[in-house]
Design a protein around this ligand. Sequence first.
Ligand code: HEM
Length: 435
Amino acid sequence: MSKIIPEIPSGSIFGHLKAYVGDPLTFLQKYRDQYGDIFTFRVVNRRLIFINHPDFIERVLQENHRNYIKSEAYRKLALLLGDGLFTSNGDYWLSQRRTIQPAFHRDQIKTYAQVMHDLSMSMVNAWKKRSEIELASEMTNVTLKIISKTMLDVELGKEGQTVEQYLPYALKYMVNRITSPLATPLWIPTKNNQKFKAAIKILDELIHEIIRFKKENLNIDLISQLILLINEKTGKGMNDRQLRDEVMTLFLAGHETTAMAMTWILNYILRDEEIRKKLLREINRIRNSWSAIKNYFIQNVINEALRLFAPVWILSREALGKDRLGAFDIQKGDRIIFSPYMVHRHPAYWDFPEEFIPERFDKDLPHRFAYFPFGGGPRVCIGQHFALMEMTILLVNILKNFPEMKLTTQKSIGYDYSITLRPDRKIFVQPRAVQ
Ligand code: HEM
């Protein structure tokens, strides 16, 4: 016997637009408490099904993943990312994934450790001359430099500022489009639409410039590999548009997520003396920053931070055909959303879910899909090992050089819901203790 998915009633023609778009996690938490691990609600004319049970998520991401494609929200992201790995579907996605995968193999990632170390040390050295820094922008800057150097083998100087200036704007614009069904179509020349198009044009020009340069200066980096690649079926290499889409995807997926993860990790550690002390003891024991990838406590701290502040806080899929999640029927075309942030705090799976307890990762996970900061199944994050290594190296170098680092922003930090979970205010830090 199938059960009916509980529906949250709404008297408004806009459905739950205001509450959901205004503060999605509070909205989802409130109704999860009332309705349990599956419910549906309407946002204007869109019906969304929220699932929060690890079994359901396992079914969607892993067991029956062929039945679920990336939903409309990702298609809107395609305005910026085109048909790159993050947004594409089907056979095209699979062949691109197979192509790009070797560049993210563990052994390949190890070769990036030195670059990660050097670039994090340049940042740390620059901090030695500064009395105060702002966490999110510093982390964005360094992760952008790392992804540019490792993937594209270019050092972004002035161009980095261009990306830093226009990418967040383009992102914010797209998030507004994803969350608001009332957004004006792109062809209407509103001020925001024009600003977005101008930002895309500038970013495109920069990426095409890098591609042109790389075509004449092939090397061992990822972009050179992509340029050299020949599709078995067509016998042709990727065209400039395809290259641009993969580069833009790696630029975005490869830095914004890690930058926000690092921002949350530091924001937490600098408020918890016990954790900081224990981390420092571990850090003082290790020989070089990348060997910390084998240190359990440091890894546990990173895992626990990703549990509580999953940078990719919401995922979604669209059903291609019928399916069943537990006792609930899913129909073709259904839109499903689920949140690592919420499942990571599920009281049935986590003891003291709101508390920061790194040691909980010494034990096996309570369920394979109770913890999925990097997604799961065939579409799991391709950059997972890259990101873990990068965060480890950054964390070690920052704390080693600034063991007494201090937050100057004391207020507690709320969320700004972008594609990633961002802090809702700037977080300022004094790297050195003031004498
Ligand atoms: C802490 C850092 C990171 C987090 C939390 C994260 C999280 C995620 C998640 C949750 C997904 C799955 C999205 C979905 O199924 O809808 C994903 C996919 C992806 N990530 Fe990451 N990511 C991180 C770092 C990176 C890095 C460093 C790179 C590249 C260097 C990267 C590249 C990608 C790409 C290309 C995809 C799409 C994979 C596919 O569909 O085949 N990510 N990431």
